[in-house]
Design a protein around this ligand. Sequence first.
Ligand code: SF4
Ligand code: ZN
Ligand code: ZN
Length: 310
Amino acid sequence: MCKSCEAKPVFELGNGKKLCKRCFTRYYEKKVFRTIAKYDLIDKGDKIAVAASGGKDSTTLLYLLSRFCKDRRFCTIEAVAIDEGIHSYRDKTLEDLKKFCEQEEIKLHIFSYKKEFGFSLDQALQKVRKKGIKLTSCHMCGVLRRYLLNKKSRNLGFTKLATGHNIDDEAQTILMNQFKGNIALSAKLGPKTGVIKDKNFAQRIKPLYFCTEKENMIYSFIHKIVPGYVECPNQASYRFAIRDFLNKFEAKNPGVKQAIVKSFLATLPILKKKYGNEVNRNTLKNCKKCKEPSSKDICKTCELIEILKD
Ligand code: SF4
Ligand SMILES: [Zn+2]
Ligand SMILES: [Zn+2]
């Protein structure tokens, strides 16, 4: 029975206490709004873009932030979605997202790789395979998505870009950076990242930072936020191997993911001091080809476009 009201439980906390739908909703929303307040994620007058994919994490975030901003009337929320061009996956999740935004009266902007770069992710993948180039779909997808989200959020005048990252994602990234020896990259993590008040960047915020993937799934299910769960067919990267390993480890040792993130946050100020804050303004240039911000003469996106040329 639920620890507070004796109704039928839907969720069990790490300490074994059970929560019913209503108490779980209260517990979950409190966790999200506490993260927003503690890390000062939203300011009065913010125009926030939610990076939405139609999946459970980002749609749940959109649902919560649109309510939060409507109630308080001090910020605006719109959704920005990227259509990578992944057959039988993104087309489906974007349909769900369109319906959700219509129903919730949220403005939705969709940008596609095909229109912006001239090729879909499926086509890029075919090309690298044909050319024998060792680039994973997730690597290409991530480079292009970050580029478009930053460029479009800035051009549309958003002050913040909110993403649906959860504690599972963060624990995976921390371990990935450790395993690959990329510790400097971890200085870019945390609930609030990106260059503050720089005209070239929309600051990134992660209000679901302390929620687990499972909690997001349950909240989304209770509130009927997404109709179903579809997985990307390209999930074969390093990240997914770490995800499976972490899930198995967590099942035997509950609380491991939370411990990884909490101990990481305790060291984050040291990492930021050592490796600089997010983007080192002194080395930040503009890409010679596309003029977007880049740490090198040619940005990663333009490099990728060059590789993919016939
Ligand atoms: S799993 Fe990889 S390819 Fe699929 S959407 Fe995510 S980053 Fe892109
Ligand atoms: Zn209850
Ligand atoms: Zn460029």
